[in-house]
Design a binder for this molecule. Structure first.
Ligand code: SF4
Length: 383
């Protein structure tokens, strides 16, 4: 499911405001928190009448060809990979290079969610990596590309027009504050529409599992692990064995389903130091997985030395395993894709899934009431 995300986004139809600015192309590196907010940016820029050009997925070739000599010291590969994305976009026909410094993220969770901050390394990555392109000469100026890197606090949406207008006004002739206000509104609408459609797709997959009594796997990771160059397509390996993959951030959150499972959109019962959007949602995903009978296994992905993930490893594993659900971790994903060892581990995990899934489904079902009618609805053709 995850790999269909971006093509779907890019097909979104242009909306209102102006056609006149269509010749302005905005390059956006497809990196880090763009993986969770891309529909917002597509909706935002299309509302302004600008065209969006994304970089490719992360790859070794991209990293070595375009990032070479510009990579700053960082032990975090997802951050380092940004140099390749920026370098690649500099070779494209773009007028603006837009690399937002995202400070906080939108979140579907409610209740005790103290904050939805991003990893500070992720937030500062645009500044760090930009330095590599100014080291010897100004590569942006040389190519006539305006580098725009606004501060973006998604958790305070009322501040977004101000920051985005200030950042873009010198790069886009005739831009007005009111246009930016409207564009922010359309950006959020696009994000909501996209998330709604992804949640409904997940529900269809879950209905298929119920109808066929087949297990699914849930992935707990950062959204950027959907990038094949960062997550190394580990989830796709399981799909080859016939296991549907669900991502925690696009699980259905309908009241009837959560009521049946006995969970809410709050995580205070298991996580009191709520701080980061991704972390909070990963914890919530673990709770969901521990209850939903047809999720019989959880795959945890994390990049090398990820400080944000460290404190959550044990609680997440405990929550998942508390119900007998199987838990597997791929914890040190780096630039090297260990294809062989991934395949061997996947084969081993599939053995356990095949052996125990039916037993897990039965045990989890016995703790719940009757299956809600809405979960038994026929699966649509597109599922
Ligand atoms: S892997 Fe962890 S520490 Fe590194 S950028 Fe991602 S969230 Fe931050």
């Amino acid at each position: 499911m995850s790999f269909l995300t971006f093509p779907k986004l890019l097909k979104r139809k242009p909306s209102s405001q102006e056609e006149s600015k269509k010749s302005i192309k905005v390059g956006i590196p497809k990196f880090l928190n763009i993986w969770g907010t891309a529909p917002f940016w597509v909706g935002f820029f299309e509302s302004l009448g600008l065209r969006v050009v994304f970089s490719s997925d992360t790859s070794e070739e991209q990293y070595r060809t375009y990032g070479k000599g510009r990579i700053t010291m960082d032990s975090c590969f997802p951050v380092k990979a940004l140099a390749g994305h920026i370098g690649e976009l500099l070779q494209k026909d773009i007028n603006i290079l837009f690399v937002p410094m995202i400070y906080s993220l939108p979140s579907f969770l409610k209740g005790h969610v103290l904050d939805t901050l991003c990893c500070t390394r992720v937030m500062m990555a645009p500044e760090n990596i930009k330095a590599g392109f100014l080291k010897e000469r100004d590569e942006f100026k040389e190519r006539g590309i305006k580098y725009v890197s606004p501060f973006v606090p998604f958790a305070e949406p009322e501040l977004l027009p101000k920051y985005l207008y200030e950042a873009l006004k010198d790069a886009v002739d005739g831009l007005t504050y009111n246009q930016v206000v409207q564009a922010v509104k359309e950006g959020f609408e696009a994000l909501e529409e996209f998330e709604r459609s992804m949640r409904s797709k997940s529900l269809e997959i879950m209905r298929w599992c119920v109808a066929n009594n087949r297990p699914a796997l849930l992935v707990l990771a950062r959204p950027y692990h959907m990038d094949p160059g960062i997550g190394h397509e580990i989830d796709a390996e399981f799909q080859l064995y016939g296991y549907p993959i669900l991502w925690y951030n696009y699980l259905p959150i309908d009241d009837w389903l959560l009521d049946w499972l006995g969970i809410s959109l709050d995580i205070s019962d298991v996580w009191t130091s709520s701080y980061s959007s991704n972390t909070n949602e990963i914890i919530w995903g673990a709770k969901f997985a521990s209850k939903f009978p047809w999720i019989t296994g959880v795959i945890r992905l994390s990049s090398y030395e990820c400080g944000m993930d460290q404190p959550t490893f044990t609680p997440v594993q405990k929550i998942v395993e508390s119900s007998g659900t199987l838990f597997f971790k791929f914890g040190e994903l780096d630039e090297t894709k260990p294809a062989g060892s991934v395949k061997i581990r996947v084969e081993t995990i599939v053995y356990y899934l095949e052996k125990y899934s039916q037993e897990i489904i039965k045990k989890k079902l016995s703790r719940l009431g009757d299956i809600p009618k809405k979960l038994l609805e026929p699966v649509s053709q597109s599922a």
